[in-house]
Design a protein around this ligand. Structure first.
Ligand SMILES: Cc1cc2nc3c(=O)[nH]c(=O)nc-3n(C[C@H](O)[C@H](O)[C@H](O)COP(=O)(O)OP(=O)(O)OC[C@H]3O[C@@H](n4cnc5c(N)ncnc54)[C@H](O)[C@@H]3O)c2cc1C
Length: 305
């Protein structure tokens, strides 16, 4: 199908874009990579009067490492630009591993961080990463700006706290305390497809026990989410034991108790629950193996389903 008729305008600055959004917010769709927006227009799921193209706004394309170690990513950075950034490869290997799973190279070269988070597909990698890495999102409007936690921003499947007059300008990823173990695993029917299920895990340990845990899952759920019950099950676990012996079953039980997978064309709820548990198991074992003191693999090497 062809898209409905719309006007096209290229934004010349962030301020100009915000003024346009202030006067015509609900009638406007911002055009970033167009990888989700254009299919939605072609299917006539959206009928904006104006597409406001933000692709030429250099202010939204900065990648900065701030003095406190925070990684600040402009909303218009492409998935592939972030994935290849040396700072990301070195300090946020879980991010690099997850971004490598987005679609194909052509999609990663066009699609943007801001577009993915604003679209909030529950099977997309960025929402899961934003929750796992406790990202903070910068939202601007003609009236001012605000900064909110990823957990507040993502309100469900394809649903966010973004207002029609707002533009997502940048996302902050706080520095990760050193010595963490990380794992990311996802399963899709074919390489490049959206995930049927995905899981990310971060672990920290002190004096031979797990002291901090973050677990996020996505793909075929009502929205990417953290799994507090599974995180709690891991706290205090001794590193001397194999996770399979120590705690794995309790973690997977907590996942099943708190996350209800969706049914769709790709998987029944029961199958998806099984795949999600398998992904969490795989990500957890990888994170455990990368913790200093477990005699595991190199901190930076990846693990994918
Ligand atoms: C074949 C195919 C396979 C794909 N596979 C995957 C996959 O495996 N994993 C995955 O995560 N994604 C996948 N995608 C989606 C892709 O990652 C998109 O890039 C992403 O979902 C949207 O980003 P975009 O920059 O293209 O945004 P657009 O399509 O331009 O915009 C999406 C929405 O966000 C809004 N928006 C964009 N930027 C901003 C901003 N800065 N502030 C406020 N609102 C904004 C737009 O108005 C629109 O409503 C796939 C896409 C295709 C076509």
């Amino acid at each position: 199908m062809k898209p409905p008729r719309f006007a096209y305008e290229r934004a010349t600055s962030v301020q100009a874009a915000l003024q346009r959004l202030a006067s015509h917010g609900p009638d406007i769709k911002l055009l970033a990579g167009g990888q989700s927006l254009m299919p939605m227009l072609n299917f006539r799921l959206l009928r904006p009067l104006l597409l406001l193209d933000i692709n030429h706004l250099a202010e939204l394309q900065q990648l900065q490492l701030l003095d406190d170690g925070t990684l600040r990513l402009g909303a218009l950075l492409r998935h592939q630009q972030v994935l290849k950034a040396p700072q990301v490869q070195q300090h946020w290997p879980v991010m690099a591993a997850a971004l490598a799973q987005i679609g194909h190279l052509a999609i990663r070269n066009r699609g943007t961080l801001g577009g993915s988070l604003s679209h909030a597909d529950p099977a997309a990698e960025w929402p899961l990463l934003a929750l796992l890495l406790q990202a903070r999102l910068h939202l601007a409007s003609a009236e001012g700006s605000r900064c909110i936690e990823a957990a507040e921003f993502i309100t469900g499947a394809m649903s966010t706290a973004l207002q029609p007059q707002e533009l997502l300008t940048a996302v902050d990823f706080p520095a990760l305390a050193s010595g963490h173990g990380w794992g990311f695993a996802e399963h899709a029917r074919r390489s490049g497809d959206f995930a049927i299920a995905a899981a990310g895990v971060l672990l920290w340990a002190e004096a031979g026990r797990i002291t901090q845990v973050r677990i996020a899952v996505g793909g075929g759920v009502e929205g990417a989410c953290r799994v507090p019950g599974a995180e709690a099950a891991l706290l205090g676990c001794p590193l001397g034991m194999r996770p399979e012996d120590a705690v794995l079953q309790r973690v997977l039980d907590a996942l099943r108790a708190s996350v209800q997978p969706n049914v769709d064309l790709h998987a029944s709820a029961a199958l998806r629950a099984q795949i999600m548990a398998a992904m969490l198991r795989q990500a957890l074992l990888a994170a455990w193996a990368r913790l200093p003191g477990t005699g595991g693999t190199d901190q930076r090497s990846g693990s994918h389903a």
